[in-house]
Design a protein around this ligand. Structure first.
Ligand code: PEP
Length: 252
């Protein structure tokens, strides 16, 4: 059975004390929450990862990195290797976020390498992709999403998908306050699942969690999460407030 997942991407926000405080608040509210089966993940900046791992140790909240290099080690100034993440207890990494693609030039080929490295290290990957507004306006959203998935993931064996969560994030909805309608999200998620099913079979496709990301808030989460192919959310802005974030967790 695929899992329901709500993951919070804190991006470049929160210093150490704010990170510890927010992590503890999230852990406390998740403990009180009635929702049992949903996996909750938070992704602070690299420098605060270890302390957030410690702050959430006794809770059900898992901690992810927002990015990672594809190499094991070496002369890559400013970068972080998978072994470094694992050595501080971080087993999950977000790859392919649209901000990494847009501002740091990460393309499908580079992302394929990062995915491979993460899987070799037995890490879980939250793999993000999505179309820009121009693609949506010209009706090319499925074509764009299909090629992003194929180029970065379709060299993998079916078994690799046990460690992969997909996050469909239409770029025009990220941080803009504009959300895909629940129907737009469902249509795309069904298309993504069919794309996976055509390549790997229905059994694999049915087991992969597909998250929606793009201005999810407590007010719209229930409707979006009620769609059959939406298995949760990747949350940006609303993840910076513990009450809002856990209200989204409770939307299931
Ligand atoms: C994101 O950055 O992954 C995201 C979905 O951001 P927001 O929720 O702020 O749109």
């Amino acid at each position: 059975m695929r899992k329901n997942i709500v993951a919070g991407n804190w991006k470049m926000n929160n210093d150490l004390s704010a990170s510890k405080k927010l992590a503890k608040q999230v852990a406390k509210l998740v403990k009180k929450s009635k929702v049992k089966g949903t996996k909750v993940i938070i992704a602070p900046t690299f420098v605060n990862l270890e302390r957030v791992v410690k702050a959430t140790k006794k809770s059900k909240v898992k901690v992810a990195a927002q990015n990672m290099h594809f190499a094991e080690s070496g002369a890559f100034t400013g970068e972080i290797a998978p072994g470094m993440l694992k050595s501080i207890g971080v087993k999950t990494v977000i790859l392919g976020h649209s901000e990494r693609r847009e501002y740091f030039g990460e393309d499908d080929a580079l992302l394929a390498k990062k995915v491979d490295t993460a899987l070799q290290h037995n890490m879980d990957v939250i793999f993000c992709f999505g179309e820009v507004l121009e693609d949506r306006k010209s009706g090319k959203q499925e074509q764009v999403v299909e090629s992003q998935i194929k180029n970065a993931l379709f060299h993998l064996e079916a078994a690799a998908f046990k460690n992969i969560v997909l996050a469909y994030e239409p770029v025009w909805a990220i941080g803009t306050g504009e959300t895909a309608s629940p129907e737009q999200a469902q249509d795309m998620h069904a298309f993504i699942r069919k794309t996976l099913s055509d390549k790997y079979g229905a059994n694999v496709a049915d087991e992969v969690s597909i998250l929606y990301g793009g201005s999810v808030k407590p007010a719209n989460a229930v409707e979006i999460f009620s769609k059959p192919d939406v298995d949760g959310g990747l949350i940006g802005g609303a993840a910076l407030n513990a009450e809002d974030f856990v209200a989204i967790v409770n939307a299931f």
